[in-house]
Design a protein. Structure first.
Lengths: 259, 233
């Protein structure tokens, strides 16, 4: 199924008032950010989209796909699922090995079990200590779990709509992860506190007390700032790697950033 | 009288899900009565009363709550009749997961908690495998992949059930459950049967023996190696 657009029809905020933004239309190929203070309802908004809510969540929002209400089967059958979600909930409760877990999930999504090795390989490009097929899920670190889920979402849950919740918290290479997740022609929504990621999007939905407060389009000035920010970010990441590897930081090179 | 029998593991969110569903049925004009069966203690009765639904609480004490629920069904229906209800909801606190309290023509609803791990659907037996509807709760607390695996496991155990993803806090999925309750058929207890036989429980422990030594036990005793004997006269 080709998804040309997703429409979020506004509901109510935490005070049960109508949310200021009545409708957001997101088109194919667009990356939209979701920003706002903690507790402002960012995760709930993408939760509504994951469930293709029909006034049946706290917010009473409605989600339309290609201007139509999705069927019950479209909303619930994983083989038909249009949405892949990378949530913040990464504490695996499944008492099984990485390999078994991935092949079970591949079966659910109707994908080939051959992709298990590809998922592990991709995950290992995003995280420090390598994940092995026979590792138990429950012993994986936070970063390893997150990297594994990024790879799982990218390969097994290959869906036209991708929702990403605070990827910067994972201690993994966020730019690489975002690149892996936001394939060509997908609709991508990124919940973030990170200005580097927020300015990489085309537009951002600003959340306040559970409601969509406004939608801000990324300006041209912001887009060029975004390049500078990425350089600063690269610098910080290289420092992070040095510290992680036990090196001593002597000096930092700010010249290339142009500040 | 429609009869809805709701079973599920303790703490899975049976009451929370039911409260949302019953509220929406009330708005549609369907009158319900609720019987909550628990073992030692429950204050869920108050929660149902709060939304204006006639509620009765039954504590089974040292008896299996599902058995207790089953031979009280007739009285419950009579009581719901007196309330002018069109729908009786029985919520039971099944403990050993070996029982399935559903009768053939009732609507059997199993509530199961997704955070209990993907092997749980394989462990719980007939209360899931003979249900009409499996309501999966707490899915918001795990990753999408785990949620999908859990759902697949539920369908492996019961391929014919309708799966509803529900959230007892937000009420998500509870309208779907309400719709199924609304559509369910009338039941008469005269010839009504259980879907699944209740478990074997005829031994000295059932009547209060507390000594553990083998020589004190009579009745149908099954050994860990699979052999079964009858001890006694």
């Amino acid at each position: 199924m080709i998804i040309d657009k997703v429409t979020v029809i506004g509901g109510y905020n935490k005070q049960e008032e109508k949310e200021p933004v009545e409708e957001v239309v997101i088109k194919r190929g667009e990356i939209v950010g979701v920003v706002g203070p903690t507790g402002s309802g960012k995760s709930s908004l993408i939760g509504d989209i994951e469930q293709l809510a029909q006034e049946d969540t706290f917010s009473k929002r409605r989600i339309l796909v290609n201007d139509e209400k999705p069927s019950y089967d479209d909303r619930t059958n994983p083989r038909k699922k249009m949405v892949a979600q990378l949530s913040q909930n990464m504490n695996f409760l499944a008492d099984m090995s990485v390999g078994d877990f991935l092949s079970l999930h591949a079966k659910c999504r109707g994908a080939s079990s051959k992709c298990v090795d590809a998922v592990i390989k991709l995950a290992n490009t995003l995280t420090g200590e390598p994940i092995k097929k026979d590792h138990e899920l429950t012993i994986l670190s936070g970063g390893q779990s997150r990297a594994l889920m990024v790879a799982d979402v990218a390969i097994i849950s290959n869906s036209p709509i991708v929702l990403i919740d605070e990827i910067e918290n994972a201690g993994i290479r966020k730019h690489d992860a975002l690149k892996v997740l936001s394939g060509h022609g997908k609709i991508v929504m990124v919940v973030t506190h990170d200005p580097v990621l927020a300015l990489m999007t085309d537009r951002r939905i600003v959340m306040k007390s559970g409601g969509m407060e406004k939608v801000v389009s990324t300006t041209d000035a912001e887009k060029s700032l975004s390049i500078k920010l990425s350089k600063i970010d690269d610098l910080l990441l290289s420092l992070r790697d040095k510290v992680r590897n036990g090196e001593v930081i002597e000096d930092i090179e700010m010249g290339g950033i142009g500040i | 009288m429609r009869m809805i029998i709701v079973a599920g593991t303790p703490g899975s969110g049976k009451t929370a899900v039911l409260i949302h569903a019953l509220k929406s049925l009330k708005k549609r004009g369907l009158k319900s009565s609720v019987v909550k069966i628990d073992c030692l203690y429950t204050d869920d009765g108050k929660k149902f009363e709060k939304i204006g639904i006639p509620t009765k609480v039954g504590l089974s004490m040292d008896m299996c709550p599902d058995h207790f629920a089953i031979y009280n069904l007739e009285d419950m229906i009579e009581w719901a009749d007196e309330n002018d209800s069109e729908c009786l909801v029985v919520e039971t606190a099944g403990l050993c997961h070996r029982c399935a309290p559903y009768t053939v023509n009732s609507l059997g609803v199993c509530v199961i908690d997704a955070t209990s791990g993907p092997n749980t659907p394989l462990k719980v037996g007939p209360f899931l495998s003979t249900a009409d509807i499996a309501v999966i709760t707490k899915g918001d607390m795990i990753s999408q992949a785990e949620r999908e695996i859990f759902r697949e496991r539920v369908l492996e155990v019961n391929p014919n059930c309708k799966v509803i993803d529900a959230n007892g806090l937000s009420g998500q999925g509870c309208m779907e459950l309400a719709e199924e309750i609304y559509k369910s058929q009338e039941v008469s207890l005269e010839e009504e049967k259980l879907r699944h036989s209740a478990p074997l429980a005829v031994c000295t422990l059932c009547v209060g023996e507390t000594k553990v030594n083998k020589k004190h036990h009579r009745g149908i005793l099954r050994k860990i190696d699979g052999f079964q004997t009858y001890e006694g006269e």
